[in-house]
Design a protein around this ligand. Structure first.
Ligand code: CO
Length: 175
């Protein structure tokens, strides 16, 4: 099932996410729905806060391989960094360079409850870092250069206002 992707300015993207305590059917369903949502939006990664859920859950699909990460943490980072352009499904239309570690090692639990330790470089390393940032309430536009931030300030403020307006309208409908 495809879920609604929360946009920049939504408070859910700013909150710290909580660890998953038990991998039950709800978590498995969430992982499947997140994969559907990521594919529908042609993304390579998606974190649970982006679908309005503050749990430490991430999906990544690169070169046809789907990863479902529960409670992921970065346990090692290379000193070497890469400054590469990236985007985010929650910040449509914006692509900016972000400096990130070239290689990272992550530890997570897969949907079968097994502990996985995986090393990634290139796009995978970038996706691990970008998605785990989401779990800490960090969106990539907060990590771009101050020059790029200044250039984008108006656009981002407009997006934030629009998001908050939509949330308000939806809340109004519920009443
Ligand atoms: Co993102």
């Amino acid at each position: 099932m495809v879920l609604e992707i929360r946009k920049y300015g939504d408070p859910v993207l700013k909150r710290e996410s909580q660890n998953v305590e038990k991998i039950d059917d709800n978590i498995k369903k969430l992982l499947d729905d997140m994969v559907d949502t990521m594919r529908e939006a042609s993304g390579v990664g998606l974190a649970a806060p982006q679908v309005g859920i503050n749990l430490n859950v991430v999906v990544i699909e690169i070169e046809g391989k789907v990863r479902k990460l529960i409670n992921p943490v970065i346990i090692e980072k290379s000193a070497e960094e890469e400054n590469v352009e990236e985007g985010c499904l929650s910040v449509p239309g914006i692509w900016e360079k972000v400096k990130r570690a070239a290689r990272v090692k992550v530890k997570y639990t897969n949907e079968n409850g097994e502990e996985v330790i995986e090393e990634g470089d290139g796009l995978l390393a970038r996706a691990f870092q970008h998605e785990i940032d989401h779990l800490r309430g960090v969106v990539f536009v907060e990590k771009i250069s101050s020059l790029a931030k200044n250039l984008l300030a108006k656009k981002l403020l407009k997006m934030k206002k629009e998001t908050l307006k939509v949330i308000k309208e939806e809340e109004g409908i519920k009443l």
